[in-house]
Design a protein around this ligand. Sequence first.
Ligand SMILES: Cc1cc2nc3c(=O)[nH]c(=O)nc-3n(C[C@H](O)[C@H](O)[C@H](O)COP(=O)(O)O)c2cc1C
Length: 333
Amino acid sequence: MTERPADLDTAARLSVAPMMDWTDRHCRVFHRKMSRHALLYTEMITAPALVRGGARHLIAFDDSEHPVALQLGGSDPRELAEAAKIGAEEGYDQIDLNCGCPSDRVQSGTFGAVLMRHSDLVADCAAEMIHAQGREVTVKCRIGVDEQEPEAVLPDFLQKISAAGVRRVTIHARKAWLQGLSPKENRDVPPLDYPLVHRMKAAFPDLHISINGGIDSLDAASAHLDALDGVMIGRAAYQRPADILLDADRRIFGDDAPRPTAEDVALEMIPYAEAHIVTGGRLHQVTRHMLGLFTGRPGARHWRRILSEGANRPGADGRLVEEALSAVTREVA
Ligand SMILES: Cc1cc2nc3c(=O)[nH]c(=O)nc-3n(C[C@H](O)[C@H](O)[C@H](O)COP(=O)(O)O)c2cc1C
């Protein structure tokens, strides 16, 4: 059984959710500039892609991203173990198994939320992943799928994965409907059941439980943290990163060190973006994650427009970020 590093337990008080096409390495570097403590997750990568597809380059990351978790998709214990080992070698702090993602592509390979039907298999996968390497293995799940009865299914699921050695889980507090709803609808339509997640903490006091789904402010996060171990925020952190992350270190982690402003963060991203461009990358790949930085503030629309229109143009570089930033500052003045 792997020991749980205390610092990861603390980092998991607030995590930014794994989100495909969103939480790539550039996004995580950007988020890290706003919170030194929050736990960041990669997008899901499937074990077959990593083990058989030679997709190791897809999991490369920047040192500044720690603490950072690699999320894997899959259902073959051996392949997941191999993928977990690759992730550990690459330097990830934690390896997470996706049991919550309902998309068609993922269903076809018996990955994601459909695994809520196969708790014994998930336990086998987790046990092998733990055995294969030394990083902590965690699970992100739903409260159930389709016609399952969450009140019965979820405790059984948690009991089995705990017995396999998992000590930390994130529960997206709604069911997934595997037929009939799109992945997007599956993040909004099935009703949230926060009380059930809170009851799971009472039933499994030794399990580190993070709640996820529809949490859109640090106030809401703090309220859950009175009873739970962690909160995971997805869309709100991506769409309004400054609202969620700039004050997180002080409010969630009790770190009173001076916090950066959104302007500081924008400026700090310039050398990072320039370095990416030097290696053949495009400005847009970095700045597309930064469009929401000034959401709710005067000038937000200029910021978003200048970056989204200009960052894809040939030769676009850090000067575009400066230009967008001066449009924000002008608006404020
Ligand atoms: C664009 C997008 C991509 C997502 N990709 C993943 C993924 O790769 N793995 C995963 O476990 N969940 C994924 N999710 C679900 C989120 O991790 C999270 O569980 C969900 O958005 C609910 O949290 P929120 O209401 O705070 O956004 C994705 C969500 C979004 C919006």
